[in-house]
Write a protein that binds this ligand. Sequence first.
Ligand code: ZN
Ligand code: ZN
Length: 355
Amino acid sequence: MTLARQSARRRPSELLLPTPAGLFCPPADIHIDPVRPVARALITHGHSDHARAGHGAVLATRETLAIMALRCGEGFAGSQQAVAPGEVVRIGEVTFRFVPAGHVLGSAQIVVESRNLRIVVSGDYKRERDPTCAAFEPVPCDIFITEATFGLPVFRHPPADGEVGKLLESVRLFPERTHIVGAYSLGKAQRVMALIREAGYERPIHIHGAVEKITEYYQAEGIPLGEIRMVAGADRKALAGEIVICPPSATQDLWARRFPDPVTAFASGWMRIRARARQKGVELPLVISDHADWDDLLATIREVQAGEIWVTHGEADALVHWCGTAGLRAKPLHLVGYGDEGEAEDAGEVADAAV
Ligand SMILES: [Zn+2]
Ligand SMILES: [Zn+2]
């Protein structure tokens, strides 16, 4: 790089900096995934820890806006602007571009560029194939701002189709028991349904009321999930041998115990930790994650060729340490308010849903 170019280049902290409300871009006066109400927000995806109601203007993909309207009501923001994948939005001297993150339907990374400096904010992402959303696209950049939900070497996710195979094998072995699968209501639940269909299972799949709205939206977007039936109103005894999908918290409720001899499953990257499965009373842990595992975090960091890595949330320390050993500058941002979506959120949804 020439000296002239270097001097014209923005300092990273001029373009994006962590604040209590979230990542902030001063020259465009806009936040990314703010955790507090702000004037203008870019939203990476619809999970409740990233997509909150109450902002002035929201820019997001069409799908993320639709999901926010379903979950928070139509008036979730003062105004909305849908941004297509690859479309460039210019605000002052800064351009923003949304690129698929492979996390859930509509999820995007945000590419922020100004004066020869390109920063990519991953949002939540994964690299494993997912029939329900567009695949993650690595974007070469100067600074890569990554999540690290599963940023420890112990987290290595096996192929999801093998985990779904375990579920279907259990259904075959125990035809008198109801299989109740806990899965986050946005993304994971629909991915599990799609994988079950890919494995050739054709019987109806039954769902908890808290999963209904988003599942209907995925179907309306043309994602084939087969025949879906609501549990509410069904004769529970008739659900022996069937698959029921519900939010994780519901698997521990009285609600789950009313099915014939239930087998409790939970589809989550956390199921890699046996103690966690036991603690939650999960009989059939399924290691299916919508976040990059340790190997994919490292592979992605190498692929985007950034000289500097910032870690937003999750297991930042191990990832920052690894970056150091790989000769990369890295720092944790200690952003507060993000986490494994679902646990808090599901509690609210289960209370709301007609079950
Ligand atoms: Zn997420
Ligand atoms: Zn998240």
